[in-house]
Design a protein around this ligand. Structure first.
Ligand code: CTP
Ligand code: MG
Length: 233
């Protein structure tokens, strides 16, 4: 049997301080059950198994009890209080690691439970050449520019990519970029924050399994083909 090469050391931040407004309900989506355990637990376990150290979970001030219950029994998780926006929450997580100064950090959405090990490997490999690396997928549909309900112009899909998390960074570069970007407009993601500081971001192959749970129906979505297709007309 060929064993996988050991990964270089890395830290991880799982941001889970959102309210999950689009899913709705009393309990934020990251603490609700998804395939047998709390949504956040899936990716935290995957990162823990891959050797993330330290591993920081960024949680809203009023949800610390939810988080401790959801992650009970996983050793070494550091609980940090998040902020009003995802960008604020990421910065809180980075500041919590400032003294530890890890070489690399993976920043991940708790809302993406299914985190394949192969993606972690690809990202950390790409970091040897660039200060940032993100998982992306191609756009397969054609694109339309919506101008008030009427199509206008055209968008070329060939060079566009769908961006996922985790996103991997050299720690010093992403901490400095987030500090510099604080108070500017809300960035779409951490790769954009790094690019605003002129850091180059490698594009690694993403994975459809990294889909973000965003709407209530995503909790019910089947893993592959819907069950009703099996043995039925
Ligand atoms: N997040 C965070 N802090 C915030 C906002 C979001 O840590 N202030 C986290 C979420 O918990 C989630 C990730 O960022 O894991 C991606 O955000 P999203 O899917 O938009 O989650 P929510 O913001 O919670 O959902 P919604 O936008 O529907 O309210
Ligand atoms: Mg949100």
């Amino acid at each position: 049997m060929v064993s996988a090469a050991p990964l270089p050391p890395f830290a991880a931040i799982v941001v889970a301080a959102g309210k999950g407004l689009r899913v709705g309900g009393d309990t934020p989506k990251q603490f609700r059950n998804w395939r047998g355990k709390a949504l956040i637990r899936h990716s935290v376990e995957a990162l823990n198994a891959a050797g993330a150290d330290p591993l920081v979970a960024v949680i809203a001030a009023d949800a610390q009890d939810h988080a401790k219950a959801a992650l009970a029994g996983i050793s070494g998780v550091i609980f940090i209080t998040g902020g009003a926006t995802r960008q604020d929450s990421v910065r809180c997580g980075l500041e919590a690691l400032a003294d530890a100064k890890p070489q690399s950090v993976l920043i991940h959405d708790a809302a993406r439970p299914d985190l394949p090990h192969t993606v972690i490997e690809r990202l950390l490999t790409a970091l040897s050449e660039h200060p940032g690396a993100i998982p992306v997928l191609p756009v397969v549909d054609s694109l339309a520019v919506d101008n008030g309900g009427v199509m206008s112009g055209k968008a070329e899909r060939e060079t566009l990519r769908r961006v996922q998390t985790p996103q991997a960074f050299r720690f010093d570069a992403i901490l400095a970029a987030h500090r510099a970007w604080q108070g500017v407009t809300d960035a779409g993601d951490d790769a954009q924050v790094l690019m605003a500081s002129n850091g180059s971001v490698a594009l690694a192959q993403g994975d459809e399994r990294l889909k973000k749970i965003t709407f209530a129906e995503d909790f019910a979505a089947p893993m592959t083909a819907p069950a009703f297709r099996i043995g039925q007309g």
